[in-house]
Design a protein around this ligand. Structure first.
Ligand code: HEC
Ligand code: HEC
Length: 622
């Protein structure tokens, strides 16, 4: 079905966006986060969506910038920097852009918030159209050989359509979900997977040809005081994957797969009157070693438990992937490469000052680490591109909304969307880790972490309406965010002290931010099975005794045969955040019912395999 709605096309108002009132005294308490607007705990009228990054597309003449915070797309002519603003539907969250170059060039923009793709003709001035593609579209590319747009959907569907006609969609369901970006290489499709940080090559019929992940790296920083950082770092969270110059480039994270000593504390709290806490002593999630500059590093490497990495794969066979750690900063949300250089956007570095610029220019050296230098910088960078003709870098800043083309900054207009909670959630707290490092896009990283005090702990997802599920953490030991933030942001992440007002902004943003649409239910499960599963869930299987209410949790801490009492987790979105349970013992929904994952002590005791299948069908719809 296609909705051909005419969208307004107006010239961007180039009004000046000045900073809010400056109240210097409490800036210091925010540590590395020095935006004066945060001092007053400023909040956006409409909470902006979590950062996903990678919102630029370029042709020889036009730069296309999607603006997920203001529901609009900006077209900027490269010759004279004239700006045209296209309004998109409220809540549509425009993100990835693909360019269909040719006689009638088009930009195809993923509208993540409403499951659609907008088609924008770049010449001729026709109004954009948009069509529904799937519940959770993520990546997009244009397959010029076949004249098709290809869209990767989180739930595992690859959707193709001809953007020039009002035709039908063709959908291929892959045997895995978690899809992120999609690329074309000759007669193959390449998709990346977000949490798995995996690259998969497929033929045009969807058969898997090749799978590859970035290498696991063993780091040994020697004995540290606070912070460990020693052990295997495994690839996770592939923010952005793109093709350039015969290589596939993936900007991703890698995370420590060893025990984190959480008894280690930052021993030097932030000094009054200083914008940043002393980083030299490290923190459990940061590192303890320094090599000058106050940034926790060992040699050129960050010792934080989450690292930012750029991996380069040979496009022909994905052989010998070469990874380089990028620092400082967090959240490598976008990458662009030219013939001899790659640029990575670190969205955790929100201020574009010279030493900690959020756009890092990366030299790929074999086995290198920290081989990056400040690139062109703006505040709050979220996307980077390289102009094909000139090799000029283009950087998009989210607030104020600007484009930097080469050294020239172009104001894209639009109101400020500054929100203190959003900023605190995404900022590198000071030791290379942001909340969004482990809770990317406000969700979870799909990982089981190992803590010296509690043991294995699956990262909890952060649902819309989070605060109604308090107390927090699997043990339920944290009553509310006023207990969580000092422990996590200040102690573990080595960030500055926060006051209750700042904590409230984070809580409010998490509670109220827009949430992406749900992934579709898996194929083959009938409405009848779902209905039977629901009846069981609410009835004989006794699940609703605990998984009850709008968030499907009664927020109690109970023992269901998994070794101790744990918080009843919400079941919202449960099928999209495997593995499950506090220690990740359930790799699939079915595993939840096996003996080593609680099994029979968890809900009704005598479920048949058919009943379990029905329950799973229902769980997938939540
Ligand atoms: C190193 C990874 C990591 C970082 C960084 C991190 N978290 Fe978490 N988060 C986790 C893990 C793991 C859990 C589960 C911990 C447990 O239960 O003991 C969790 C649990 C939570 C919960 C509890 C949810 C619930 O339903 O009980 C909230 C809320 C939360 N995190 C918010 C944040 C915020 C806000 C930040 C930044 C200040 C942050 N996290 C930083 C990994 C992380
Ligand atoms: C007595 C309370 C209680 C009942 C009844 C109950 N659960 Fe749970 N459920 C829990 C607790 C507590 C956990 C977390 C246990 C752990 O992680 O070790 C959990 C975890 C889960 C998870 C994993 C969620 C995640 O995010 O990791 C699923 C799925 C689940 N339950 C489904 C069910 C189903 C289906 C039923 C009915 C057959 C059921 N539960 C009955 C308390 C309960």
């Amino acid at each position: 079905m296609r909705k051909a709605l005419a969208l307004t096309m107006v010239l961007a108002s180039l009004s000046c966006i000045g900073p809010g009132p400056v109240t210097n005294e409490s800036v210091a308490t925010l540590g590395p986060f020095t935006d004066p607007r945060a001092a007053g705990g400023a909040r956006a009228d409409r909470p902006p969506p979590a950062i996903s990054g990678g919102t630029l597309g370029v042709t020889a003449n036009v730069i296309v910038a999607a603006d997920p915070d203001r529901d609009r797309v900006l077209l900027v002519r490269t010759s004279d920097h004239r700006v045209v603003e296209l309004a998109m539907p409220v809540g549509s969250e425009p993100t990835r852009v693909a360019i269909a170059d040719g006689l009638a060039p088009m930009a195809l923009v993923v509208l993540r918030g409403i499951g659609e793709v907008a088609t924008i003709r770049l010449s001729g001035g026709a109004s954009p159209t948009h069509r529904w593609v799937c519940d959770a579209p993520r990546g997009i590319t244009y397959d010029s050989a076949r004249g098709l747009a290809r869209v990767a959907c989180q739930g595992g569907d690859l959707v193709s359509f001809d953007p020039t006609i009002d035709g039908a969609l063709s959908t291929m369901t892959l045997p895995f979900d978690d899809l992120r970006d999609v690329m074309i290489d000759r007669d193959t499709l390449i998709v990346s997977r977000f949490h798995a940080a995996e690259l998969v090559q497929l033929d045009l019929a969807g058969n898997v040809l090749r799978r590859q992940t970035p290498p696991i790296v063993l780091n040994d920083f020697g004995a540290g005081g606070a912070g460990t950082g020693n052990g295997n770092f495994v690839p996770s969270v592939a923010w952005r994957t793109t093709i350039a110059g015969g290589f596939v480039w993936m900007s991703h994270q890698r995370s420590l797969d060893a025990t984190i000593d959480v008894s280690a504390r930052t021993t030097t709290p932030p000094m009054v009157g200083q914008p940043t806490p002393s980083r030299s002593n490290g923190s459990p999630y940061g590192g303890s070693e320094t090599s000058g500059g106050g940034i926790p590093r060992f040699g050129a490497c960050s010792t934080a438990v989450v690292q930012s990495v750029l991996t380069q794969f040979n496009i022909d066979d994905f052989s010998m992937p070469n990874s380089v750690q990028i620092g400082p900063g967090a959240l490598p949300v976008d990458v662009a490469a030219s013939s001899n250089q790659a640029f990575v956007v670190m969205a955790g570095l929100q201020r574009g000052d010279v030493s900690t610029n959020g756009v890092r220019a990366v030299q790929m050296a074999q086995g290198g680490c920290g081989e990056s230098a400040p690139g062109a910088g703006v505040d709050n960078p979220i996307a980077v591109a390289v102009l094909p003709a000139t090799g000029t870098t283009v950087v998009q800043g989210r607030d104020p909304s600007v484009l930097m083309i080469g050294g020239v900054v172009i104001d894209l207009g639009g109101d400020s969307v500054f929100d203190t909670g959003h900023a605190l959630f995404h900022v590198d707290a000071g030791q290379g880790v942001a909340c969004a490092s482990c809770h990317p896009e406000g969700g979870d990283d799909g990982r089981v972490w190992h803590f010296s005090d509690t043991g294995a702990r699956r990262t909890l997802s952060l649902p819309h309406g989070l605060s109604s599920t308090a107390p927090f953490h699997w043990n339920g030991e944290l009553h509310d965010m006023n207990e969580l933030m000092p422990l996590v942001f200040t102690e573990r992440m080595g960030g500055a002290d926060l006051d209750v007002q700042h904590v409230a902004t984070v809580t409010q943003w998490l509670d109220q931010r827009p949430t992406a649409l749900r992934a579709s239910t898996s194929a083959g499960e009938t409405d009848l099975a779902i209905a039977r599963g629901r009846a069981l869930f609410e009835g004989r299987a006794q699940c609703a005794q605990c998984h009850d209410g709008p968030m499907l949790t009664n927020a109690t801490t109970v023992d269901v045969g998994t070794g101790a009492a744990f918080q009843v987790p919400t079941l919202r979105g449960v099928s999209r955040r495997l593995p499950l349970m506090h220690d990740g013992c359930a790799l699939t929904l079915a595993d939840r019912f096996t003996a080593n994952c609680g099994g029979r002590s968890h809900g009704a005791q005598d479920l048949t395999s058919g009943e379990i299948a029905d329950l799973i069908a229902y769980l997938r719809t939540l």
